[in-house]
Design a protein around this ligand. Structure first.
Ligand SMILES: Nc1ncnc2c1ncn2[C@@H]1O[C@H](COP(=O)(O)OP(=O)(O)O)[C@@H](O)[C@H]1O
Ligand SMILES: [Mg+2]
Length: 724
């Protein structure tokens, strides 16, 4: 019972922290959605020419035309025993031309996102995935993802407290060369994308209303356009928008195509007026190509020609959607639609062979595989100091403008101070007050750490996604980013523990001296930074906010247990002895105890009673340490967590799937002639063999055919040769 009473305050604090965490998942931060999500995805790829300079715009400002072609792209998912589990893409060929809007349509799960990712060189890497095929950009084969790429993921995030103009201006300052007039550039971009009307509205989130969904989508396109890339990928840019906004977003993309960009977007089920904007169309079903060619009348004619006529006045998009979807309403319907689809795919395959002949000759430009070495990864354009200043401004605006979050954090600090202040109301100098003091100081340490941790883990995983995208574009380095974040958030992060201290200290009558009070506040502030730094580390490894919110408090609980109050370090089993040394709670608690007890005199009633504060410290094994040492340790812990954050952010860069080696198309054509197989059968065979690595004999047989094709006639890449 005595134990229970002794532990009650700390348990209460931990309990309060956990309850707060559960009840208000974003109460400490309010920031759960402060980094707003827009479902659109725009992926833009920049190319570099042989000299390595950005091939972005011609001198007159017009967009450099970029032609993208792809052949036999197959993407296979394997299971643990290396058997094919699912064919995500089945030998897809096609092309996207500059100045044209290409739409990829198909039911969900048909492989639209995968195809866009492959074309953008941004297919997330996986050991279980095999990607084969050819991708050519302006006739040059490209094999890996290390070309200069700007990529906005499906979850498209912004700093919610910045206005539209500020968002674009910051991106422009980070990405554009010095000689560009950024203000004019941003103004032009705002006008071009129809964002001028909402330029000074904040992006907003669930708590504070900002711009609309359609505007958000256009803002994300604008952000991607800053580097003026030639190719624009957009994955389902209209999903989640109402008809009017969807129309506007698609009109923006059409305009960009008219400006000379190569625009590739996927779309689920567009209305007729949106369908009318497409120049070219790809229909995918279950990973197979059903159609690739001009949209509009020509596509309808093709299907009419093969026996599927679109009824008059029907939206062609709906007609296609019905045609390429499998009807699961009954087993019979499923079989019928399946068969129909197989037939349509087969017919197109045979038609495609002819069309592919038109693509023959691509990649015969010497069979060069463009390697990462000849394509420099993006480097920030400006120095660290400038990056730091720009990022500091952004972090400061985000932190200070977020009124609702700060209000909730303030309220939580004040209310917990009032609760603990009332529980430990005016502790005297009786023997029992020693225990009360220890309880209160432990509670203060736990409460401060939990508040800082919870706020950070609720926000950082989302922010991490933004910074990873920006860093892929080469906008800035990690060090200036982390420093700017630390500096901008320091005053706000310090304000809440200070508010807590200002109330609790006088209410409970802790050691009554101004210098002691200031030290008390200093200690909990440093502790709060250490906990926040730990939150950053957790946020940089956890895949989501939910995972971070589960992981962070669990680690913190261990530190609480070894916080110097529950377990005496000397009684800890040897294998756990290091834990108190790295527990931010323990060092904060130790520093608070030294600050409080040194110089205090207690009322002695019995002979074995504690007379001085020093004696009390001895009993806690804190007698031999100094306040300075404890604070230095706390600082080291904060630095350690900052360093780990840096390390994980640096290491956990997104990785993208590369194409596996396959022979060049010209070689393929000859092999197909030599073996009497179709090119696709031949490629599929090699791809499968590479995949399973079990059909080696077959590979050898096929590749010997390939080897017998005269070397001077066929340009094989080194990788191609190695594969054979
Ligand atoms: N990395 C992956 N792991 C498991 N399944 C995947 C992976 N990538 C794609 N798929 C599967 O491939 C299919 C196509 O996915 P996706 O390209 O996202 O389709 P769409 O965008 O048309 O809805 C889906 O069934 C999806 O579950
Ligand atoms: Mg998709």
């Amino acid at each position: 019972m005595d134990q229970l009473v002794r532990h009650a305050p700390a348990v209460l604090a931990a309990g309060l922290a956990v309850v707060t965490l559960r009840a208000f998942p974003f109460s400490w931060t309010g920031d759960d959605d402060s980094l707003q999500t827009a479902p659109s995805k725009a992926i833009i790829t920049e190319l570099e020419d042989e000299t390595g300079d950005l091939e972005v715009e011609n001198e007159d400002g017009s967009v450099k035309p970029v032609h993208v072609q792809w052949r036999h792209i197959s993407c296979v998912l394997m299971d643990k025993s290396e058997n094919v589990k699912k064919q995500v893409l089945k030998g897809i060929s096609g092309e996207a031309k500059p100045g044209r809007l290409l739409a990829i349509m198909g039911p969900s799960g048909s492989g639209k996102t995968s195809l866009i990712n492959v074309l953008a060189g941004q297919l997330p890497a996986s050991n279980r995935m095999r990607l084969t095929g050819h991708l050519f950009i302006n006739g040059l084969p490209v094999r890996n993802a290390k070309r200069t790429v700007a990529y906005v993921r499906q979850e498209d995030l912004f700093f919610s407290q910045l206005t539209v103009r500020e968002t674009l201006a910051l991106a422009a300052e980070l990405q554009l060369p010095k000689n560009v007039d950024k203000e004019k550039y941003v103004d032009d971009l705002l006008k071009r994308l129809g964002l001028a009307g909402c330029a000074d509205t904040i992006v907003g989130d669930k708590k504070v209303r900002g711009i609309s969904g359609g505007e958000k989508k256009r803002l994300s396109i604008a952000c991607e356009l800053i580097a003026s890339p030639s190719i624009i990928f957009a994955d389902e840019p209209t999903t989640g928008l109402d008809a009017f906004q969807a129309e506007q977003v698609m009109e923006t993309l059409r305009q960009l195509a008219l400006d000379g960009h190569t625009v590739i977007c996927s779309i689920h089920q567009p209305r007729g007026s949106i369908y009318a904007k497409f120049d070219d169309l790809i229909l995918l079903s279950n990973g197979s190509l059903v159609y690739m060619g001009p949209a509009g009348e020509k596509a309808l004619k093709y299907f009419e020609h093969i026996g599927y006529k679109c009824p008059e006045h029907e939206n062609p998009a709906e007609f296609f959607a019905d045609l390429i979807s499998i009807d699961y309403s009954s087993p019979e319907r499923e079989e019928i639609t399946h068969k129909k689809l197989e037939q349509v795919v087969k017919i197109f395959k045979s038609q495609m062979a002819e069309a592919l002949n038109g693509l023959e000759g691509i990649g015969d430009t010497g069979g060069v595989i463009v390697k990462s070495s000849s394509l420099k990864p993006n480097r920030p354009r400006i120095g660290w100091w400038k990056q730091f200043r720009i990022l500091l401004r952004r972090a400061w605006l985000q932190a200070t403008r977020d009124g609702p979050t700060n209000k909730v954090r303030g309220m939580m600090s004040v209310s917990s101070a009032l609760i603990f202040g009332s529980i430990f109301w005016r502790m005297g100098l009786l023997q029992t007050s020693i225990q009360d003091r220890l309880g209160l100081l432990q509670v203060a340490a736990v409460n401060t750490a939990m508040a800082a941790l919870t706020k950070t883990v609720n926000v950082f995983p989302k922010e991490r996604t933004i910074i990873q995208q920006e860093r892929t574009k080469g906008s800035y380095d990690l060090v200036p980013y982390l420093l700017s974040k630390l500096v901008a958030e320091a005053p706000i992060s310090a304000a809440f523990p200070l508010a807590f201290g200002c109330l609790v200290y006088p209410m409970t009558r802790l050691h009554p001296s101004l210098s002691r009070f200031l030290r008390f506040s200093g200690i909990i502030t440093v502790e709060s930074f250490a906990a926040s730094a730990m939150g950053l580390t957790v946020g940089s490894i956890a895949p989501s906010v939910e995972a971070a919110s589960a992981l962070g408090p669990s680690i913190m609980t261990v530190f609480i247990v070894f916080g110097g109050y529950y377990v005496n370090e000397q009684n800890t089993p040897i294998i756990f002895r290091w834990l108190p040394k790295v527990s931010m709670i323990r060092w904060a608690f130790q520093a608070l105890c030294i600050n409080e007890f040194r110089g205090l005199k207690f009322i002695k009633e019995k002979s074995f009673d504690v007379k001085t504060g020093e004696e009390a410290l001895d009993r806690l094994s804190f007698g031999n340490t100094t306040l300075r040492e404890a604070i230095v340790q706390e600082g080291r812990i904060a630095l350690f967590w900052y360093y780990l954050t840096y390390f994980f952010l640096k290491r956990n860069k997104p990785k993208y799937q590369e194409f596996e080696a396959l022979p060049q198309p010209s070689a393929l054509a000859q092999c197909s002639r030599a073996t009497g197989m179709s090119e696709e059968e031949f490629t599929d065979g090699i791809a499968k063999a590479i995949n399973s690595r079990a059909e080696e004999d077959e590979v050898r047989e096929r590749t010997s055919t390939l080897a017998s094709v005269k070397e001077d006639e066929v340009e094989l890449s080194d990788e191609g040769k190695n594969a054979l």
